[in-house]
Write a protein that binds this ligand. Structure first.
Ligand code: 13P
Ligand code: SF4
Length: 324
C-alpha cells in the first residue's frame, strides 16, 4: 500500500446547492448594510456562493477600487483587505478574521526592506501584492501573479530590480521577461508543499490530464505543468481544454470556482506528499459564521495610518494603470 495520499477528485457539479439559512441571513444583512462581499478564489464554497465578486488578487483590487458601497467585507487574507482599504480610505473594510495572515507577506518585514533600500538606493522595488501595506509603502510598483510579467517589463531598463517577497514567482517572471532581478527569499508555505513526486503520482492516476499550476509553486513543479498562471487565468485556460479531467496545482478552494464556471469537467486537486487536498490555513480562517458576525458588528475593521496608506496607494495605483 502506498504511504502517499491519493489526490482528491471533484466530479462535475450536477445542480447548484440551495442556499442555507445562514447564507440567506448573510445576504439579507449585506442588503441592509449596503455592503459588498469580495471573495478570493481560495475561500470556502459557502462564502463564494454569497459573494458579489469572486476572483484573484488583481480582479479583487480592481473591484475594490471601483466599488461605491460604504462597507466592503473582504473574504480573503489580511494583505488583500488592506489593499482594499488603501484605495478606499473613506469606506469601512471588514475582514471576518483578523488573524487571516499570509506566510509570504510575513517573510518580508518592512524594516528589512527599508534596510535593503538604504543599502542600495538605485533599487527599483517590485512588490508582489502579497505583502503588508508598510512594504507596499516602500515599493515602486505592485504586481500580482496575473500581471507580474507585464509590470516587470515596464520597469526602466537602467534600474536594478529587487522583487519581493516571493522568490518562486520572481524566478518565473525573470525567465519570462528575460529581466535579471534580485529575489527576496520568501515563499508561500502552502504552494511549496507541492512536489514533483506528488504531481507524478497524480498524473499516473489520471493519465492524459493536463496540469495547471500557480507560479508560487517551485520551479521543479512549474516545469511539470502544461500551464502556469494566476488563479483567474486558470478559469479561462480550463474552459479551453479538450480534456475532461484537469489537475489543479494550487490551493484547493480554487476548485469551487472552477466547478461552477467550467461545467462538465472533473477537477483533481494536486496532492502533496502529506495530504490529498492542499488548503491555505489562513484563507480557511474565514467562515460563513464570521462573515455574518462581521456584518452584524461592523468589525473587525481594517485601519491604516494615513501616512502608510497614502504612500502605499502610489505603487498600487501605478500597477492598476500599468496593467489596464
Ligand atoms: P492569485 O492572485 O493568483 O489569486 O494568488 C493569490 C495568492 O495568494 C496565491 O497564493
Ligand atoms: Fe499567502 Fe500562500 Fe495563503 Fe496565498 S496561499 S494567502 S500566498 S499563505
Amino acid at each position: 500500500m502506498t504511504p502517499f495520499p491519493a489526490a482528491a477528485v471533484f466530479p462535475p457539479l450536477r445542480d447548484s446547492l440551495p442556499l442555507t439559512d445562514l447564507q440567506r441571513e448573510v445576504l439579507e444583512l449585506k442588503r441592509k448594510k449596503r455592503a459588498i462581499i469580495l471573495a478570493h478564489n481560495y475561500q470556502c464554497e459557502d462564502i463564494q456562493a454569497v459573494a458579489d465578486y469572486v476572483g484573484d488578487s488583481l480582479g479583487l483590487a480592481y473591484r475594490a477600487a471601483e466599488t461605491e458601497s460604504p462597507t466592503i467585507v473582504f473574504c480573503g487574507v489580511h494583505f488583500m483587505a488592506e489593499t482594499a482599504k488603501i484605495v478606499n480610505p473613506g469606506r469601512k473594510v471588514l475582514l471576518p478574521d483578523m488573524d487571516a495572515g499570509c506566510s509570504l507577506a510575513d517573510s518580508c518585514p518592512a524594516e528589512k526592506l527599508a534596510a535593503a533600500r538604504a543599502a542600495d538606493p538605485s533599487l527599483y522595488v517590485v512588490a508582489y501584492i502579497n505583502c503588508s501595506a508598510a512594504v507596499k509603502a516602500l515599493s515602486d510598483v505592485i504586481c500580482t501573479s496575473g500581471n507580474a510579467s507585464r509590470i516587470v517589463s515596464r520597469v526602466p531598463a537602467d534600474r536594478p530590480i529587487l522583487f519581493v517577497p516571493d522568490q518562486n514567482l520572481g524566478r518565473w517572471v525573470s525567465a519570462r521577461t528575460g529581466r535579471a532581478m534580485r529575489l527576496w527569499p520568501g515563499n508561500c508555505y502552502a504552494h511549496v508543499q507541492f512536489t514533483p513526486g506528488a504531481l507524478l503520482r497524480a498524473k499516473a492516476a489520471h493519465p492524459g490530464a493536463p496540469v495547471v499550476a500557480h507560479p508560487e509553486c517551485t520551479e521543479a513543479v512549474r516545469d511539470m505543468a502544461d500551464m502556469v498562471c494566476s488563479t483567474e487565468l486558470m478559469v479561462g485556460w480550463c474552459k479551453d481544454q479538450r480534456a475532461d479531467t484537469i489537475i489543479v496545482t494550487t490551493e484547493a478552494g480554487m476548485i469551487h470556482r472552477l466547478r461552477r464556471e467550467v461545467p462538465g469537467k472533473t477537477f483533481v486537486a494536486a496532492p502533496t506528499d502529506r495530504c490529498s487536498c492542499n488548503e491555505c490555513k489562513f484563507m480557511k480562517m474565514n467562515t460563513l459564521h464570521k462573515v455574518r458576525d462581521c456584518l452584524l458588528n461592523g468589525a473587525p475593521e481594517i485601519t491604516l495610518p494615513e501616512e502608510i496608506r497614502s504612500r502605499a496607494e502610489i505603487p498600487l495605483r501605478r500597477m492598476l494603470e500599468w496593467s489596464r
